[in-house]
Design a protein around this ligand. Structure first.
Ligand code: NCD
Ligand code: ZN
Length: 343
């Protein structure tokens, strides 16, 4: 039986939701990860430092007794975010990034940015305080094919942004294409990317295996096998620009199994185990620790964790569904199994 011990990982892109949903999913992340960058796409969105600090308190209050977990807060960028908010966020010591959603790109993104030009003064303030911009990298132009929206975003928005704001630190979130992996790899060191476990493990065929599979639907949508392979190469490359971000995004079962289902895959129940599977399949388990536990902390200027976690290659069953407050949640691999287990 294979066994590996690594520095305790962090999750650099996580959706924790709020209220009873927060209480349902938080223990899964807290069991595996020491810290997580918490996405601000609540309804209403977390747009100010004050709202982020209140949300942080709700997360801490929802933690199981004895759990040690640090939520790293983010602000939701809007057309009307004030440049002065960036210094307030930085001096709080609790807010670690600003999230940019193009308006309409994904779940609860209707308050997102309609035109990047409206944010230029905010970006200058972010350069000054070294506050990273986390980018949902897809155009929303309905004329662009859904599978090409990430590539189009790089060409139309991201490359010009990185060039214009030469001091801006940028994380391209949940990259899904060869083009994104190449863009990030060849960009300056201030540009990095998170990669999800599901985009390392699945290609777009998983959306249609034997019928339509709403629990494999997320944004950005799964891509062709050649893109999955490019993501694997980036993840195991050893480059400090690529790090773990689960994008675990829980939605109640009935909101996914419907005629207009929500985007998001829940992976926090096996948040590190699924990455172990992907790295083992690539013959690169020894690369997992830096990807999961070092590169992100280094990019964010935070200390690397001091304790460790141990994983064994041992199959365990994933339940068909789990409780999600008054609702049910269908985790990735529901009714199936995961090949690595947290000790
Ligand atoms: C996320 C969610 O549900 O909040 N969904 C998803 O498919 N990833 C939003 C996001 O990160 O785009
Ligand atoms: Zn997300």
């Amino acid at each position: 039986m294979k066994r590996i011990t690594i520095i305790r990982p962090d999750d650099w892109h996580l959706h924790l939701r709020d209220g009873e949903h927060l209480r349902a999913v938080l223990p899964d992340s807290a069991r595996r990860f020491a810290r997580a960058i918490v996405m601000p796409n609540l309804k209403p969105p977390v747009t100010t430092t004050e709202l982020a600090l209140q949300y942080r308190e709700r997360i801490l209050a929802a933690l199981p007794a004895l759990a040690r977990f640090e939520p790293l807060m983010t602000l939701y960028l809007t057309d009307s975010t004030q440049p002065g908010e960036i210094a307030t966020a930085r001096s709080s010591g609790r807010v670690h990034a600003i999230k940019y959603y193009p308006a309409g790109a994904t779940t609860h993104s209707d308050a997102g940015v309609t035109d990047l030009r409206k944010c230029h003064r905010v970006f200058e303030a972010m350069e000054e305080s070294r506050m990273p911009l986390l980018v949902h990298g897809e155009v929303t132009d309905p004329a662009v094919d859904v599978f090409d929206r990430e590539k189009a975003f790089i060409e139309r928005s991201l490359a010009p942004l990185v060039e214009r704001f030469a001091g801006l630190r940028v994380v391209m979130e949940h990259i899904t294409t060869r083009e994104a992996a190449e863009f990030v790899a060849s960009a300056p060191p201030r540009v990095a990317a998170t990669i999800t476990a599901h985009h390392l493990l699945l290609n777009r065929n998983a959306l249609f295996t034997g019928g339509i599979r709403p629990h494999h639907y997320c944004v950005p949508v799964l891509k062709r096998e050649e893109h999955r392979q490019a993501l694997i190469r980036a993840a195991v490359s050893g480059s400090p620009k690529f790090f773990l971000g689960t994008d675990s995004a829980p939605h109640a079962r009935h909101t996914k199994e419907t005629d207009c289902g929500c985007a998001g895959i829940y992976t926090a129940h096996a948040g590190i185990e699924l990455y172990a599977e992907a790295f083992a399949a690539a013959g690169a388990l020894e690369k997992l620790e830096n990807f999961a536990s070092r590169h992100g902390a280094e990019f964010y200027g935070l200390p690397v964790n001091r304790d460790t976690v141990t994983l064994v290659e041992e199959t365990w069953r994933v339940p068909h569904q789990v409780a999600f407050g008054a609702d049910a949640l269908v985790p990735l691999r529901a009714g199936g199994s995961v090949a690595w287990k947290l000790v």
